[in-house]
Write a protein that binds this ligand. Structure first.
Ligand SMILES: *[C@@H]1O[C@H](CO)[C@@H](O)[C@H](O)[C@H]1NC(C)=O
Ligand SMILES: *[C@@H]1O[C@H](CO)[C@@H](O)[C@H](O)[C@H]1NC(C)=O
Length: 462
């Protein structure tokens, strides 16, 4: 059974309950709200994420291992040395239409036909074509010749990878969001795609301040181009009159929230997840109505272990909880979303959307939730390699995790908050906060915790 069946059923059900013109406005508002809940519900109810996340987790672990073991301090992107075994799929050795981009030789497309026409006519994409057919907005987008578009088209086999879930068919809003997430404004062919770490899509989200949700790109074994870690480009650069198509072997699902993402990757983040739960910070962040994205610096389990048994025992005790919370707050940035090749600040329109792409270097200071103490970020890129360094010495070991409410940048060391009454990032000699004692934790975090207590007392005194 296929998800398409559920899609079709939902679309049909909604068509019969469709309202008149007068309700258009409220439907728009509702749409915005429902996209969000639709995405979250999807991740909560469908069984697909379980297998998806074991794939994602594997890739993250591999990338981190490579990043931390290699003398070369670089991430996967563009390195061309992705050492994964590709055992998430069984068709690695198979037919020509599954060849990596650039190697396929019969996929040049037809420049007299639009993207829409080609999807409709291909025998490999009948399921995606059916979905497009049901959504006029997408249909006209892909048929529009005023501007160029890029689209990632899941093959019929991609749909087979999603189990059918009869009880909870995805909402109409979710399906529209899903379709938009496969379409990009502008032309992105290989090799241009390879010079990107992330790509903007047609899906804009309230929770990202109205900015485009992005796709993550990396190069795998044998120059396989991978989108969002789990979806492989099986035929690239198929030309059309109004842009270019790339066939992918996995449906690109709009990602869940930061907190949800973390909770779905226990092999890497169970300690961080527990910490978010114990301090109540996770719940606060979920409740916080996110209107303009954010960046979460997520320490791995190893990052916590590095602090040593004494520090962990203390931080995870009742006495240590407020210190743990202060420590975690230094890992959370609201309102500014950092990707290695893009930056969203505030809402779309009144913002500054810096493009960190290309070669060279850029710097940004991101205010954390810990008294606005900043995290200094340096992004360096040269010849397709990228590195992100925090406060001058902590490297991001897995970059550009995607979430509906921001980005997740993974660190293998817990970030040390600066001395309370000193400006700027912590000193370099503090790089190794390893096997520290309870006293050291308290000494560093006490000033942040004290202030809060004083404030609470003032409130009580009133
Ligand atoms: C689309 O891209 C092609 C190049 O592939 C270019 O010649 C054409 O002018 C573009 N069309 C629009 C509408 O920008
Ligand atoms: C921290 O403790 C571990 C385990 O006892 C040890 O292997 C490691 O070398 C220690 N690190 C430092 C910096 O003392």
């Amino acid at each position: 059974m296929k998800l398409t069946l559920a899609f079709a059923a939902t679309a049909a059900a909604l068509a019969t309950t469709n309202h008149g013109q007068s309700e258009q406005v409220s439907l728009v508002d509702e749409y915005k709200h429902n996209v969000q809940t639709g995405i979250e519900t999807f991740w909560d109810t469908l069984p697909y994420p379980a297998t998806l996340f074991s794939t994602i987790e594997k890739r993250i672990t591999e990338t981190i291992r490579r990043t931390t073991n290699n003398a070369v301090d670089l991430d996967d992107s563009g390195s061309g040395s992705d050492s994964d075994s590709d055992d998430d799929d069984d068709h690695h050795h198979h037919p020509p239409h599954r060849r990596p981009p650039g190697r396929g030789h019969r996929h040049h497309g037809d420049r007299t036909k639009t993207i829409y026409e080609q999807i409709k006519e291909s025998k490999y994409t009948t399921k995606f074509a059916k979905l497009v057919e049901e959504h006029d907005e997408i249909k006209s987008l892909l048929d529009d010749t005023e501007t160029n578009h890029t689209i990632f088209v899941p093959t019929d086999r991609a749909f087979d990878r999603i189990p059918h879930h009869p009880k909870d068919p995805p909402s109409k809003e979710f399906i529209l969001a899903l379709l938009k997430y496969h379409a990009l404004p502008g032309l992105y062919r290989v090799p241009r795609i390879l010079h990107s770490d992330t790509l903007p899509t047609e899906l804009s989200l309230e929770t990202l301040g109205g900015h485009a949700q992005r796709l993550r790109v990396n190069l795998g074994l044998f120059f396989t181009l991978r989108i969002n870690l789990y979806s492989k480009v099986v035929a690239g650069n198929i030309e059309a009159k109004n842009g270019v198509l790339h066939a992918v072997d996995g449906i690109l699902v709009p990602p869940p929230s930061q907190a949800k993402l973390i909770s779905l990757l226990p092999g890497s983040f169970s300690t961080f997840s527990l910490a978010l739960e114990k301090t109540g910070l996770g719940e606060e962040l979920e409740k916080e109505e996110r209107k303009s994205g954010g960046t979460l610096f997520a320490p791995t389990n190893r990052a916590f272990r590095r602090l040593g048994p004494a520090a962990n025992a203390f931080l995870f005790s009742d006495r240590g909880r407020k210190y743990l919370k202060a420590l975690l707050k230094y890992h959370v940035v609201l309102g500014e979303t950092l990707y290695s090749d893009a930056f969203y600040k505030g809402k779309k329109g009144d913002d500054e959307t810096k493009n960190g792409g290309g070669t060279g270097y850029w710097h940004v200071d991101l205010p954390s939730l810990l008294d606005d103490k900043a995290i200094a970020v340096d992004v360096k890129r040269w010849k397709g390699f990228v590195s992100i360094t925090l406060n001058g010495f902590t490297r991001v070991v897995f970059k550009d995790g995607l979430a509906s409410d921001g980005s997740v940048q993974v660190v293998d060391k817990v970030l040390i908050p600066p001395h309370k009454h000193r400006d700027g990032p912590p000193a370099k000699e503090e790089e190794n906060w390893e096997n520290i004692s309870e006293e050291e934790v308290v000494a560093r975090l006490q000033p942040y915790v004290e202030d809060k207590e004083e404030k609470n007392e003032e409130i009580r005194d009133l």
